[in-house]
Write a protein of this length. Structure first.
Length: 183
């Protein structure tokens, strides 16, 4: 997928380390990996993304130096790295050469509540659609079961539609064959 220009994987509860294979996405202009549970270091290979204009790994549990002194990455500010207490180096104020305590990532006020609210909203929306589909489908089936003339009308209409499609496909195929013969 070297053609990919935007990759937003934020708020997906991803865990593990950031794969170095992301550096193969040479056309990438925006990379957002924020609000996940990513650990480890930021891969140096990401410096190969010369078109990168937006970058965020905020609110994970990353450690080690940022890519802040590398080309392209020196344009990103603290917000790209915030919420990773074990990251150090520019643009962060924490130096990589001092002893620092290992802390758990902190989320801004209400971030966890916001995630919970989003997942509840999604469940309500999905449940509503599922309920609507089930009620509509079985309601329609019940009407067809009890209304014999509607059932026959529907089946006749579907049969006629199928015949019409069949005739059009046959005519189209004949037209193509005639055009090939003429050439």
């Amino acid at each position: 997928m070297s053609w990919l220009t935007t990759l937003n994987l934020s708020n997906n509860y991803l865990s593990g380390s950031i794969p170095d294979s992301l550096s193969k996405l040479r056309q990438l202009e925006s990379l957002d990996l924020s609000y996940n549970a990513l650990t480890g270091k930021i891969p140096r290979g990401l410096t190969n993304l010369s078109s990168l204009a937006a970058f965020s790994v905020a609110y994970n549990n990353l450690s080690g130096p940022t890519l802040g002194l590398q080309p392209q990455f020196d344009t990103f500010d603290n917000r790209s790295y915030e919420g990773n207490p074990n990251l150090c180096g520019p643009p962060l104020s924490q130096s990589c050469f001092s002893n620092h305590d290992t802390k758990l990532p902190s989320f801004p006020d209400g971030a966890e509540d916001h995630r919970r609210d989003e997942s509840i909203d999604f469940l309500i929306l999905f449940g509503s659609f599922a309920l609507f589909f089930v009620v509509s489908f079985w309601g329609f089936m019940a009407v067809l079961y009890f209304k014999r003339d509607w059932r026959f009308a529907l089946f006749t209409m579907v049969d006629e539609f199928g015949d019409m499609i069949y005739v059009r496909v046959v005519l189209f195929v004949r037209k193509i064959r005639a055009a090939r013969r003429d050439n």
